[in-house]
Design a protein around this ligand. Structure first.
Ligand code: HEC
Ligand code: HEC
Ligand code: HEC
Length: 137
Protein backbone atom coordinates (compact mmCIF):
# COMPACT_ATOMS: atom_id res chain seq x y z
CA UNK A 1 0.00 0.00 0.00
CA UNK A 2 2.83 2.36 0.87
CA UNK A 3 4.18 1.77 -2.64
CA UNK A 4 0.96 2.80 -4.29
CA UNK A 5 0.55 5.87 -2.13
CA UNK A 6 3.88 7.16 -3.36
CA UNK A 7 2.80 6.51 -6.91
CA UNK A 8 -0.58 8.17 -6.42
CA UNK A 9 1.18 11.15 -4.97
CA UNK A 10 3.07 11.56 -8.23
CA UNK A 11 -0.09 11.22 -10.29
CA UNK A 12 -1.96 13.70 -8.13
CA UNK A 13 0.94 16.12 -8.43
CA UNK A 14 0.78 15.77 -12.18
CA UNK A 15 -2.96 16.31 -12.24
CA UNK A 16 -2.39 19.49 -10.26
CA UNK A 17 0.24 20.68 -12.70
CA UNK A 18 -2.03 19.95 -15.64
CA UNK A 19 -4.56 22.48 -14.34
CA UNK A 20 -1.93 25.17 -14.76
CA UNK A 21 -1.15 24.23 -18.34
CA UNK A 22 -3.10 26.00 -21.07
CA UNK A 23 -2.99 22.97 -23.36
CA UNK A 24 -4.32 19.75 -21.89
CA UNK A 25 -2.56 17.75 -24.60
CA UNK A 26 0.76 18.77 -23.05
CA UNK A 27 -0.33 17.30 -19.75
CA UNK A 28 -1.43 14.10 -21.46
CA UNK A 29 2.03 13.78 -23.01
CA UNK A 30 3.54 13.66 -19.52
CA UNK A 31 1.73 10.46 -18.63
CA UNK A 32 3.53 7.17 -19.36
CA UNK A 33 2.38 5.28 -22.44
CA UNK A 34 2.25 1.67 -21.36
CA UNK A 35 2.71 -0.88 -24.16
CA UNK A 36 -0.35 -3.05 -24.67
CA UNK A 37 -0.27 -6.68 -23.53
CA UNK A 38 -0.96 -9.79 -25.53
CA UNK A 39 -3.98 -11.80 -24.39
CA UNK A 40 -7.40 -10.97 -23.02
CA UNK A 41 -6.63 -10.43 -19.38
CA UNK A 42 -3.96 -10.40 -16.73
CA UNK A 43 -3.43 -12.89 -13.90
CA UNK A 44 -5.39 -10.49 -11.66
CA UNK A 45 -7.51 -7.44 -12.45
CA UNK A 46 -5.61 -4.56 -14.02
CA UNK A 47 -6.33 -2.47 -10.99
CA UNK A 48 -4.92 -5.07 -8.60
CA UNK A 49 -1.90 -5.58 -10.81
CA UNK A 50 -1.12 -1.88 -10.88
CA UNK A 51 -1.09 -1.78 -7.11
CA UNK A 52 0.24 -5.19 -6.11
CA UNK A 53 2.32 -6.72 -8.91
CA UNK A 54 5.57 -6.29 -7.00
CA UNK A 55 4.22 -8.19 -4.04
CA UNK A 56 3.09 -11.12 -6.19
CA UNK A 57 6.40 -11.55 -7.91
CA UNK A 58 8.64 -10.68 -4.99
CA UNK A 59 6.86 -13.08 -2.66
CA UNK A 60 7.01 -15.79 -5.20
CA UNK A 61 10.69 -15.30 -5.65
CA UNK A 62 11.18 -15.77 -1.93
CA UNK A 63 8.95 -18.82 -1.88
CA UNK A 64 10.52 -20.27 -4.98
CA UNK A 65 14.07 -19.89 -3.85
CA UNK A 66 13.74 -20.55 -0.13
CA UNK A 67 10.92 -23.06 0.10
CA UNK A 68 10.91 -24.57 -3.36
CA UNK A 69 7.28 -23.60 -3.96
CA UNK A 70 6.29 -22.78 -7.52
CA UNK A 71 3.16 -20.87 -8.34
CA UNK A 72 2.97 -20.67 -12.11
CA UNK A 73 0.25 -18.04 -11.83
CA UNK A 74 2.74 -15.29 -11.00
CA UNK A 75 5.59 -16.49 -13.17
CA UNK A 76 7.90 -13.70 -14.33
CA UNK A 77 8.48 -15.58 -17.54
CA UNK A 78 4.74 -15.45 -18.21
CA UNK A 79 4.58 -11.74 -17.45
CA UNK A 80 7.17 -11.18 -20.13
CA UNK A 81 5.46 -13.47 -22.64
CA UNK A 82 2.31 -11.33 -22.51
CA UNK A 83 3.84 -7.97 -21.75
CA UNK A 84 6.79 -8.00 -24.14
CA UNK A 85 5.22 -10.08 -26.90
CA UNK A 86 7.02 -10.03 -30.27
CA UNK A 87 5.77 -7.79 -33.07
CA UNK A 88 5.09 -9.14 -36.56
CA UNK A 89 8.84 -9.22 -37.27
CA UNK A 90 9.42 -11.27 -34.11
CA UNK A 91 11.12 -8.35 -32.41
CA UNK A 92 10.79 -7.21 -28.82
CA UNK A 93 11.97 -4.36 -26.59
CA UNK A 94 15.08 -4.42 -24.44
CA UNK A 95 14.62 -3.65 -20.74
CA UNK A 96 16.72 -0.49 -21.27
CA UNK A 97 14.10 0.89 -23.62
CA UNK A 98 12.27 3.42 -21.48
CA UNK A 99 9.30 3.62 -23.81
CA UNK A 100 8.95 0.25 -25.45
CA UNK A 101 9.53 -2.21 -22.62
CA UNK A 102 6.40 -2.68 -20.55
CA UNK A 103 8.15 -2.78 -17.16
CA UNK A 104 10.44 0.14 -17.96
CA UNK A 105 7.72 2.36 -19.43
CA UNK A 106 6.12 2.70 -16.05
CA UNK A 107 9.18 2.36 -13.82
CA UNK A 108 11.01 5.15 -15.61
CA UNK A 109 8.03 7.34 -14.99
CA UNK A 110 7.85 6.57 -11.26
CA UNK A 111 11.65 6.34 -10.89
CA UNK A 112 11.73 2.70 -9.77
CA UNK A 113 14.79 0.56 -10.41
CA UNK A 114 14.68 -3.22 -10.36
CA UNK A 115 17.49 -5.76 -10.75
CA UNK A 116 15.32 -8.70 -11.84
CA UNK A 117 16.52 -8.70 -15.44
CA UNK A 118 20.16 -9.08 -14.53
CA UNK A 119 19.24 -12.74 -14.16
CA UNK A 120 15.83 -13.13 -15.77
CA UNK A 121 15.12 -12.75 -19.47
CA UNK A 122 13.49 -9.45 -20.41
CA UNK A 123 12.08 -11.03 -23.58
CA UNK A 124 10.33 -14.25 -24.57
CA UNK A 125 12.47 -17.09 -25.92
CA UNK A 126 13.62 -17.03 -29.54
CA UNK A 127 12.89 -13.39 -30.16
CA UNK A 128 15.27 -10.64 -31.23
CA UNK A 129 15.66 -7.19 -29.81
CA UNK A 130 14.44 -4.27 -31.80
CA UNK A 131 17.61 -2.57 -33.16
CA UNK A 132 16.76 0.87 -31.80
CA UNK A 133 16.30 -0.57 -28.33
CA UNK A 134 19.86 -1.86 -28.13
CA UNK A 135 21.67 1.43 -28.05
CA UNK A 136 24.35 1.51 -25.42
CA UNK A 137 24.46 -2.29 -25.09
C1 HEC B 1 1.48 0.61 -14.31
C2 HEC B 1 2.85 0.92 -13.93
C3 HEC B 1 3.82 -0.25 -13.73
C4 HEC B 1 4.12 -1.27 -14.59
C5 HEC B 1 3.58 -1.49 -15.98
C6 HEC B 1 5.10 -2.11 -13.91
N1 HEC B 1 5.37 -1.59 -12.67
FE1 HEC B 1 6.55 -2.42 -11.25
N2 HEC B 1 6.20 -0.87 -10.00
C7 HEC B 1 5.33 0.18 -10.27
C8 HEC B 1 5.26 1.04 -9.09
C9 HEC B 1 4.41 2.29 -8.97
C10 HEC B 1 6.12 0.48 -8.13
C11 HEC B 1 6.42 0.97 -6.72
C12 HEC B 1 6.92 2.37 -6.75
C13 HEC B 1 7.36 2.91 -5.42
O1 HEC B 1 7.14 2.27 -4.39
O2 HEC B 1 7.92 4.00 -5.45
C14 HEC B 1 6.69 -0.72 -8.74
C15 HEC B 1 7.58 -1.56 -8.09
C16 HEC B 1 8.03 -2.76 -8.59
C17 HEC B 1 8.90 -3.67 -7.87
C18 HEC B 1 9.45 -3.46 -6.46
C19 HEC B 1 10.67 -2.59 -6.52
C20 HEC B 1 11.25 -2.36 -5.17
O3 HEC B 1 12.47 -2.18 -5.08
O4 HEC B 1 10.51 -2.32 -4.19
C21 HEC B 1 9.12 -4.74 -8.70
C22 HEC B 1 9.97 -5.97 -8.38
C23 HEC B 1 8.41 -4.49 -9.94
N3 HEC B 1 7.75 -3.27 -9.84
C24 HEC B 1 8.41 -5.33 -11.01
C25 HEC B 1 7.78 -5.07 -12.23
C26 HEC B 1 7.92 -5.88 -13.41
C27 HEC B 1 8.77 -7.14 -13.51
C28 HEC B 1 7.16 -5.30 -14.38
C29 HEC B 1 6.95 -5.78 -15.80
C30 HEC B 1 6.47 -7.17 -15.94
C31 HEC B 1 6.53 -4.12 -13.80
N4 HEC B 1 6.95 -4.02 -12.50
C32 HEC B 1 5.67 -3.26 -14.46
C33 HEC B 1 4.63 0.39 -11.42
C34 HEC B 1 4.62 -0.45 -12.53
C1 HEC C 1 20.81 -13.14 -8.91
C2 HEC C 1 19.89 -13.63 -9.90
C3 HEC C 1 18.41 -13.27 -9.75
C4 HEC C 1 17.87 -12.01 -9.58
C5 HEC C 1 18.58 -10.68 -9.50
C6 HEC C 1 16.42 -12.22 -9.55
N1 HEC C 1 16.13 -13.54 -9.67
FE1 HEC C 1 14.26 -14.35 -9.74
N2 HEC C 1 15.05 -16.21 -9.89
C7 HEC C 1 16.40 -16.50 -9.96
C8 HEC C 1 16.58 -17.95 -10.03
C9 HEC C 1 17.91 -18.67 -10.12
C10 HEC C 1 15.28 -18.51 -10.00
C11 HEC C 1 14.90 -20.01 -10.02
C12 HEC C 1 15.04 -20.56 -11.42
C13 HEC C 1 13.86 -20.21 -12.27
O1 HEC C 1 12.78 -20.70 -11.98
O2 HEC C 1 14.02 -19.41 -13.23
C14 HEC C 1 14.34 -17.40 -9.93
C15 HEC C 1 12.98 -17.54 -9.93
C16 HEC C 1 12.07 -16.51 -9.92
C17 HEC C 1 10.64 -16.64 -10.05
C18 HEC C 1 9.89 -17.96 -10.26
C19 HEC C 1 10.12 -18.46 -11.70
C20 HEC C 1 9.38 -17.64 -12.73
O3 HEC C 1 9.84 -17.41 -13.86
O4 HEC C 1 8.30 -17.24 -12.40
C21 HEC C 1 10.09 -15.38 -10.01
C22 HEC C 1 8.65 -14.99 -10.10
C23 HEC C 1 11.20 -14.46 -9.83
N3 HEC C 1 12.38 -15.17 -9.78
C24 HEC C 1 11.05 -13.09 -9.70
C25 HEC C 1 12.11 -12.19 -9.57
C26 HEC C 1 11.93 -10.75 -9.43
C27 HEC C 1 10.59 -10.04 -9.38
C28 HEC C 1 13.18 -10.21 -9.34
C29 HEC C 1 13.56 -8.76 -9.14
C30 HEC C 1 13.02 -8.12 -7.97
C31 HEC C 1 14.14 -11.32 -9.43
N4 HEC C 1 13.45 -12.50 -9.57
C32 HEC C 1 15.52 -11.17 -9.40
C33 HEC C 1 17.43 -15.60 -9.96
C34 HEC C 1 17.31 -14.23 -9.80
C1 HEC D 1 -2.14 -13.87 -20.37
C2 HEC D 1 -1.42 -12.61 -20.55
C3 HEC D 1 -0.90 -11.89 -19.31
C4 HEC D 1 -0.05 -12.37 -18.32
C5 HEC D 1 0.52 -13.78 -18.17
C6 HEC D 1 0.23 -11.26 -17.44
N1 HEC D 1 -0.44 -10.15 -17.86
FE1 HEC D 1 -0.41 -8.30 -16.94
N2 HEC D 1 -1.88 -7.67 -18.18
C7 HEC D 1 -2.40 -8.37 -19.26
C8 HEC D 1 -3.47 -7.57 -19.87
C9 HEC D 1 -4.31 -7.98 -21.09
C10 HEC D 1 -3.58 -6.38 -19.09
C11 HEC D 1 -4.57 -5.21 -19.29
C12 HEC D 1 -3.90 -4.01 -19.91
C13 HEC D 1 -3.53 -4.26 -21.37
O1 HEC D 1 -4.38 -4.72 -22.15
O2 HEC D 1 -2.37 -3.99 -21.73
C14 HEC D 1 -2.55 -6.46 -18.05
C15 HEC D 1 -2.30 -5.47 -17.12
C16 HEC D 1 -1.19 -5.43 -16.26
C17 HEC D 1 -0.75 -4.29 -15.47
C18 HEC D 1 -1.41 -2.92 -15.44
C19 HEC D 1 -0.96 -2.15 -16.66
C20 HEC D 1 -1.61 -0.82 -16.81
O3 HEC D 1 -1.99 -0.48 -17.96
O4 HEC D 1 -1.72 -0.08 -15.83
C21 HEC D 1 0.37 -4.67 -14.79
C22 HEC D 1 1.21 -3.83 -13.85
C23 HEC D 1 0.63 -6.06 -15.14
N3 HEC D 1 -0.33 -6.47 -16.04
C24 HEC D 1 1.70 -6.80 -14.67
C25 HEC D 1 1.86 -8.16 -14.88
C26 HEC D 1 2.83 -8.99 -14.19
C27 HEC D 1 3.85 -8.50 -13.19
C28 HEC D 1 2.64 -10.28 -14.64
C29 HEC D 1 3.33 -11.55 -14.19
C30 HEC D 1 3.10 -11.91 -12.80
C31 HEC D 1 1.56 -10.24 -15.63
N4 HEC D 1 1.12 -8.95 -15.74
C32 HEC D 1 1.09 -11.34 -16.34
C33 HEC D 1 -2.00 -9.63 -19.69
C34 HEC D 1 -1.15 -10.49 -19.00
Amino acid sequence: MVFFCKYMHKLVTLAGVSLLLPLTSQAVDLMPVIPKAKGQQCVESTDKMRRNHMEYILHQRNDTLRKGIRTPKYSLKKCIECHNAPDKDNRVAHISSKQDHFCSSCHTYVAVKIDCFECHADKPKKTQYHPTSREGH
